[in-house]
Write a protein that binds this ligand. Structure first.
Ligand SMILES: [Zn+2]
Length: 185
């Protein structure tokens, strides 16, 4: 049985109803030790296993295992840095360009109406994995809010993560970087 600890993700307080559900995604309380930072580990895994949709030279894009909405992406530098001001100019530039591409791809494949984009800096600010910088990209639809989060601390996620990952990866433009970084870069 797979464990959610094998994936990189930012957990939150919500339980989730998977429709259809897989038990592996319903575990909670994931809090990795520093030496096993998931955002450092998953780039060595396959895209499918790691839920990675695109790989750049300095940063990569993956699906959040604990999505606020279907298609919730994270943009991370490969380097283990905690805060935005620690990132190099190259990392900042590629986080920005990957975010732009992610917006276009999500709009194309999911017809979303808007986005919430941002970073939680530090555990006090709500970062689930505070030690490794990551930017959230959450697609929004005009009718995506429902009463579940209010009455039950629960969100209904209509699609399996594997299906969403495949859709977003397939929609990622071929001209954008997709390969794992070479040893020389
Ligand atoms: Zn890390």
């Amino acid at each position: 049985m797979e464990s959610s600890n094998d994936f990189a993700a930012v957990p939150d307080a919500f339980q989730r109803l998977w429709t259809p559900h897989r038990l592996v995604y319903i575990e909670n309380g994931q809090q990795p030790q520093k030496h096993e930072c998931p955002f450092c580990i998953v780039p060595s895994m396959t895209d499918e296993k790691a839920l990675i949709v695109a790989r750049g030279e300095h940063c990569y894009v993956l699906l959040n295992l604990f999505p606020y909405n279907s298609g919730h992406l994270l943009v991370c530098p490969y380097r283990h840095v905690a805060t935005y001001d620690e990132a190099t100019a190259e990392e900042v530039a590629e986080m920005a360009s990957l975010t732009q591409t992610a917006m276009r791809v999500l709009t194309a494949v999911s017809n979303c109406d808007g986005f919430n984009i941002g970073m939680n800096q530090g555990r006090i600010a709500g970062a689930g994995i505070a030690e490794h910088l990551h930017q959230h990209i959450v697609p929004r639809w005009a009718l995506d809010s429902n009463f579940f989060p209010i009455i039950a601390g629960t969100k209904a996620i209509p699609r399996l993560l594997g299906e969403v990952r495949a859709d977003v990866a397939a929609g990622w433009p071929a001209s954008a970087p997709r390969e794992a970084p070479s040893a020389s870069s």
